[in-house]
Design a protein around this ligand. Structure first.
Ligand code: HEM
Length: 427
């Protein structure tokens, strides 16, 4: 504002002296026009200066060339968050939840072809369902504990800028888990106790006994990432407990903005189909919102934390070219993530949760409709998606198997026209 006023005043003085040198008649015709033009030029100049200083120009020329600036909510500037007083209500206990008998949810989030649509695919979800847990918790817990002790900061890390957000996330989990899963978690003075493992996660000592994201990682089956909006309006991955991601490493992506996380991995159709809506969604996400989405891919080994088929986790050369050609069907697995997104009320950071559901194809194919639908979905992938998902290494074996199982289901009388009544996306 100050810049704008000073500049207008200088210009105005120059124009006045110019005008004074004209005759009174000419002056009376041209003065208003000159004043209007001057005012317009002054305002444009001041606006440009303000945008340069505030960094807002960065948003007008994002890497995809689409203007994302307009999507910033009008009530706050990029990178500024006024802590919200909103708190999620306490979740209801998960009815009859048991670490022995509650099975993983059977997400089957693939759709029939012939066309595969790349979309955000987010759905509003009840707060109570923030964290899903099942009888695979012990396996996940053990795998994560090994990863934390063997790989440490490569998997769990909080950059200083994200520390308050990581502590807030830990607090939120300490509040949520004992209410939702009372047979697994109990509040204790220091924080929270896992009644199955006996472990206490301390979120009260100063300083904390470990990186808060490490504690976050131990508490649930999810991997979790924290993204923070900076004044340039972009979202940066600044903390994570990424322990079972299968195909990507926190160390490669930490510090990156959202677009680069995706483009550096060559996520198919990201620029044209996803980027604009993702940024719009991220900017508008409120502390009151909670959404989930599901994805799926194929993995041809049974290693949950890291898919060894695409190379050694510490190698610089990763990719499907390492994978065995036409592996036997016993090695094929469906890897499906239930991803969740919410904004923390105090810090304004965004929390991205990833719960991986991992099943052998030979088990999945026993379910009604699943082999036929999965085969159709895989056939609907275009070249870009197929090469990203490594289809060429396993499709011959996989499609033959799925087609056979589908035929068997039809032969025993499965009615395809009844599928919509029996299953609805993402099941
Ligand atoms: C609405 C939000 C988001 C959408 C629509 C989205 C979409 C996608 C899609 C389509 C892929 C390709 C794999 C697949 O089919 O799922 C992908 C991969 C990925 N996304 Fe996202 N994503 C979102 C949010 C995030 C966030 C918040 C992170 C932060 C960590 C993230 C990190 C990644 C990573 C690391 C990969 C894997 C890249 C690789 O293959 O190495 N995504 N995402």
């Amino acid at each position: 504002m100050v810049v704008q006023r000073e500049h207008s005043y200088d210009c105005f003085q120059e124009i006045c002296s110019l005008v004074a040198s004209f005759t009174p008649k000419i002056s009376s015709i041209f003065t208003p026009i000159i004043i209007i033009i001057t005012a317009f030029l002054s305002v444009s100049y001041a606006t440009t200066q303000y945008r340069k200083r505030s960094g807002k120009n960065n948003l007008e020329t994002p890497p995809n060339g689409v203007s994302l600036f307009d999507e910033t909510p009008k009530d706050r500037s990029p990178g500024v968050w006024n802590p919200s007083s909103f708190r999620w209500p306490k979740p209801a206990p998960f009815a009859d939840w048991s670490i022995e008998t509650t099975k993983p949810l059977p997400y089957r989030p693939f759709k029939y072809g012939p066309k595969y649509f790349v979309t955000m695919g987010i759905r509003n979800t009840n707060y109570d369902e923030w964290i899903e847990m099942d009888n695979e918790f012990p396996r996940f817990y053990r795998e994560k504990a090994v990863r934390i002790s063997e790989r440490g900061q490569k998997c769990c890390r909080t950059l200083p800028e994200a520390f308050p957000a990581a502590v807030e996330l830990l607090e939120e989990l300490v509040e949520y888990l004992p209410s939702r899963y009372p047979s697994l978690y109990e509040r204790v003075d220091k924080g929270i106790k896992n009644l199955w493992s006996g472990e206490v996660i301390d979120n009260t000592s100063q300083p904390l006994p470990e990186d808060p994201m490490q504690s976050v990682g131990r508490l649930t089956q999810d991997d979790m990432a924290i993204l923070i909006e900076r004044p340039d309006g972009d979202y940066y991955l600044l903390a994570g407990a990424i322990l079972l991601a299968g195909f990507w490493r926190l160390e490669d992506k930490l510090g990156m903005p959202l677009w680069e996380i995706h483009t550096s991995a060559g996520v198919p159709h990201y620029r044209e189909k996803l980027e604009k809506s993702m940024y719009k969604f991220f900017r508008r996400l409120k502390a009151e919102d909670f959404v989930t989405r599901n994805n799926y891919t194929l993995q041809i080994d049974d290693n949950l934390p890291w898919s060894v088929s695409v190379g050694d986790e510490d190698s610089n050369d990763l990719g499907w070219h390492h994978a065995e050609q036409d592996p036997p069907i016993g090695k094929h697995h469906l890897r499906s993530e239930r991803q969740s997104l919410r904004r923390l009320p105090k810090s304004g950071a965004i929390v991205f949760g990833i719960h991986t559901y991992f099943s052998p194809i030979t088990e999945l194919a026993k379910e009604d409709y699943v082999p036929g639908r999965l085969a159709s979905a895989i056939r609907s992938w275009d070249e870009t998606i197929s090469s990203y998902k490594g289809t060429y290494t396993y499709e011959k074996v996989l499609l033959k198997y799925l087609d056979e199982k589908h035929r068997e289901q039809i032969q025993r009388g499965l009615k395809l026209e009844e599928e919509d009544q029996r299953r609805r996306y993402p099941w």
